[in-house]
Design a protein around this ligand. Structure first.
Ligand code: HEM
Length: 214
């Protein structure tokens, strides 16, 4: 029997190819490389990621059952650190909306691995975002922010560990991982969109409308 082109690709190559359009859409929706980056928009995006991680991280840990792998990848506390560094107070952080569908992404191990690919991949682009913020966002703390660049010099090593885990998925279960990654991008696109429709007026006023319910 002839093998299909998809079957001859590594799972990583399949994931990259299948999610390239969604990645481009998300990148353009968020506009995180806009110059200068708007404080209001950046905070609103972080708030939405908070609602995602709050539901997703415990669900991922349950699905993978590998504390040594998942614990160092938990980023909820880093988002909270960044929000505080950007003058958002604890009560407002605690009241941020959660997206319960993020937990559903990890209903199966394959779905969890697909969403892991997406969320860990965001730390790669995060290096570029962080450099840009430090260069031209005057509201960005000099020591930088943590969520988009959580691993520092370990970024490459952590990514290789993620790819190594993905490479253990047998061929017959790979499509479900790809589907999980696509579902993750779809949910993110839907969930993050309100963060980027914040009104322009009151741009740098932390008390202005975020476009998300506080
Ligand atoms: C403006 C926002 C973003 C920019 C500029 C950006 C940019 C990039 C860049 C440059 C890479 C390749 C890095 C490398 O190969 O060293 C990358 C990879 C990746 N990014 Fe993004 N990204 C952004 C947002 C996101 C978000 C929000 C997510 C998901 C939550 C995401 C998911 C991924 C994934 C999964 C990869 C890995 C692709 C692969 O398999 O090689 N990115 N991004």
């Amino acid at each position: 029997m002839l093998s299909t082109p998809a079957a001859s690709l590594s799972l990583h190559a399949r994931l990259r190819e299948a999610t390239a359009d969604a990645h481009a859409q998300l990148e353009s929706l968020l506009g995180l490389l806009d110059s200068p980056m708007s404080y209001t928009r950046f905070v609103a995006v972080l708030m939405r990621f908070h609602g995602f991680h709050r539901a997703w991280e415990p669900a991922l840990a349950r699905a993978l059952q590998d504390e040594a792998f998942t614990a160092p990848r938990q980023r909820l506390a880093l988002i909270e650190h960044d929000l505080r560094a950007l003058d958002i107070d604890d009560l407002d952080i605690e009241a941020l909306p959660v997206v319960p569908e993020a937990a559903q992404l990890c209903r199966t191990l394959e779905g969890a691995l697909g969403s892991l690919y997406v969320m860990e991949g965001s730390t790669l682009g995060g290096r570029v975002i962080t450099r840009r913020l430090l260069a031209d966002a005057d509201w960005c703390p000099a020591e930088g922010l943590l969520y988009f660049h959580p691993y520092g010099d370990l970024t490459g090593e952590r990514w290789r560990q993620t790819l190594a885990l993905l490479s253990t998925v047998p061929p017959q279960r790979q499509q479900a991982v790809v589907d999980g990654a696509l579902a993750t991008f779809a949910l993110l696109l839907q969930w993050l969109e309100p963060a980027v429709v914040v009104p322009d007026h009151g741009e740098d006023d932390p008390s202005s409308e975020w476009g998300v319910a506080l």
